[in-house]
Design a protein around this ligand. Sequence first.
Ligand code: AMP
Ligand code: MG
Length: 312
Amino acid sequence: MGTTYSIRLADSPLDRGALRRLQGDVDAALAEVNRQMSTWDPGSEISRFNRAGANEPVAISPDFQLVVRRALEIAEATGGAFDPTVGALVNLWGFGPDGLRRAPPTPDQIAAARAVIGWRHLRLLPDGRLEKDIADLKLDLGAIAKGFGVDRVAALLRERGIENFLVEIGGETLGVGRNDQGEPWRVGVLKPDGSADLQGVARLTDGRAIATSGDYRNFYRDENGELRAHIVDPRTAAPVGHAVASVSVLADDCLTADALATALFVLGPEEGLPLFAAQFPGVEALFLLRRENGRFEEVATPGFAGAAGYAP
Ligand code: AMP
Ligand code: MG
């Protein structure tokens, strides 16, 4: 996944040997996610799917099926702001396997990439095989796979009888039980300015997850000095560029938090907030908007402060 992970156990019923085996099992579980869903591994199932032709169903593993099913649901629920087929655009703007670029793509290149994206071209067949009706469509689960990995590791820890832990992959985090002080796990929300300063602290109770998307970590400036970040708006075919600097989402599982953080970063608060009550019960979000003098304005769903005990 191109990032690091960490796990904190507040206490554990396991002895040293069992903990060492657990570490090996966690590594194996994450390697398995990569073997299925990493576009950076040419031998992965997703890479094989991306090379397949139109209307040539490809067999994929059950976990991969689950992630695709949820990705398609979230694409539909967000009006396509979340789109797991944006791979060609992400690559075109310099965040895919082809590497960085300084000059913005030409209108022709953008039109060509646009012609090969769209989640409605992707179909999960009843037998679990995956199919596309455009050969050049590229599936990209980069906005959801880390969250899935967190859920997968959390399930493994629970199976081993561990009841108080925090799991984090690349900043997407899930907390179960309590910390070693017997309190809810506390997770800092970074100020989205590239510093290590905190904007606030959220508390994770009831096994909830928090994920953050933004343009403050994975970005570059093109030759015109324009900020280019790695999340693209499938509707405009360009990197998202608005006042939103980051979105943190609280949900019952980390896959949902991860995908919705990306989707809400695309939508921004005006389009994003109205979706909540109807589409995503139990999900809360915090938008940090860039204002003058390096300050950030907080816009949140009514329950964010309560559910996350969030305090700036
Ligand atoms: P995240 O850091 O979870 O917000 O995911 C960002 C990654 O998701 C990018 O690096 C792309 O691989 C992919 N991506 C970019 N834009 C979108 C989008 N609109 N919908 C789904 N995935 C996206
Ligand atoms: Mg995400």
